[in-house]
Design a protein around this ligand. Structure first.
Ligand code: ADE
Length: 249
C-alpha cells in the first residue's frame, strides 16, 4: 500500500481524490492511504494565522515557517522515512518517469504551497524535492498535488480495471498513444480506419505503432529525440512521414 501524507491548508479539496473515480476506488481497495495535515492546526495566535507579509516588502503573503514545519513534522511521525516533496512552479518538471518512480515508494509526503510562496528557510530545512507540473502558475499547490496523486494512483497494480491499460498510456513508452475508436463504425460520415475492423492483429499492432510514432513526430518531436527506435519503428515512422507528404499534396 502506498501511503501519502499531504500538508495543506485546504484538506477538503482532497475529497476530490478520495471520493471519486479510479482514485476513490483505489482508496476503498486499500491500495493507497491518504492522510492530511493542516498547518493551521499549528498556528500560534487566536486568529490561527499561517501567513505573513514578506520581508523587504512587495505584494502577497508568505506561508510562515513554524506552522508549516510542525505540520510536516506530524506527517513525518505518521510516515517515518518518507521524503518530503513540494509542488511549486519552481520545481523540476514532473514527467511520467518521475510519477512511476514516486508510485513505487512505500510512503511520501506532499506539501501544497499557498499564497506567494513559503518561507525559504522551511524549504531548506524540510523539503527533499520540488516538482512543477509545467510553466504556468496555479493559485495553490493543492491541484498540483491532486494531479500527481491521480497520476501515481492509476499506476498502482489493481487500480485500473484492465491491468494492461496503464502500460499503453501516452508517455509510458516515451510516445504519444495511438488514436482509439469505438462503435459505431461510421458516424456523421466518419469511418473507423478499416484496418481496425480487419481482425488482423499483427497489422493492427503495426498500424497503432505507426500512428503513435507519427503523432509523436507531428505533435511532440522532442520526445522522439530521447527515444531509441528499433528497426521496425524507424520503418513505420518513415512510412508515416511519406504518407503525410502524399496527403498534403
Ligand atoms: N503550484 C502553483 N503552480 C504550480 C505548478 N505549475 N506546478 C506545481 N505546483 C504549483
Amino acid at each position: 500500500m502506498l501511503k501519502v501524507g499531504v500538508v495543506t491548508l485546504f484538506p477538503e479539496m482532497f475529497d476530490l481524490y478520495s471520493d471519486w473515480g479510479v482514485s476513490g476506488r483505489a482508496v476503498d481497495r486499500g491500495l493507497v492511504h491518504l492522510s492530511l495535515f493542516n498547518p493551521r492546526d499549528h498556528a500560534e495566535d487566536a486568529h490561527r494565522t499561517v501567513d505573513d507579509r514578506p520581508y523587504g516588502g512587495g505584494p502577497g503573503m508568505v506561508m510562515m515557517y513554524r506552522p508549516l514545519q510542525r505540520s510536516i513534522q506530524d506527517a513525518r511521525m505518521a510516515l517515518p522515512g518518507a521524503k518530503v516533496h513540494l509542488l511549486t512552479p519552481q520545481g523540476q518538471r514532473l514527467e511520467q518517469a518521475d510519477v512511476q518512480a514516486l508510485a513505487r515508494m512505500e510512503s511520501l509526503i506532499l506539501v501544497a504551497g499557498r499564497y506567494e510562496g513559503l518561507d525559504e528557510r522551511l524549504i531548506d530545512a524540510e523539503v527533499d524535492q520540488q516538482w512543477s507540473l509545467g510553466d504556468y502558475v496555479l493559485s495553490g499547490g493543492e491541484l498540483a498535488c491532486l494531479v500527481l496523486l491521480d497520476a501515481m494512483t492509476r499506476l498502482l497494480p489493481g487500480s485500473l480495471g484492465d491491468e494492461c491499460s496503464a502500460g499503453d498510456d501516452s508517455f509510458a513508452h516515451g510516445l504519444l498513444e495511438h488514436p482509439q475508436y469505438t462503435r459505431p463504425e461510421e458516424v456523421d460520415g466518419r469511418r473507423v480506419p478499416e484496418i481496425l475492423l480487419s481482425g488482423n492483429h499483427g497489422a493492427i499492432r503495426r498500424w497503432r505503432m505507426k500512428q503513435a510514432l507519427g503523432r509523436t513526430w507531428l505533435r511532440r518531436p522532442e520526445l522522439l529525440e530521447r527515444q531509441p527506435l528499433d528497426a521496425e519503428q524507424k520503418l513505420l515512422l518513415e512510412e508515416f512521414i511519406a504518407e503525410q507528404g502524399q496527403s498534403s499534396v
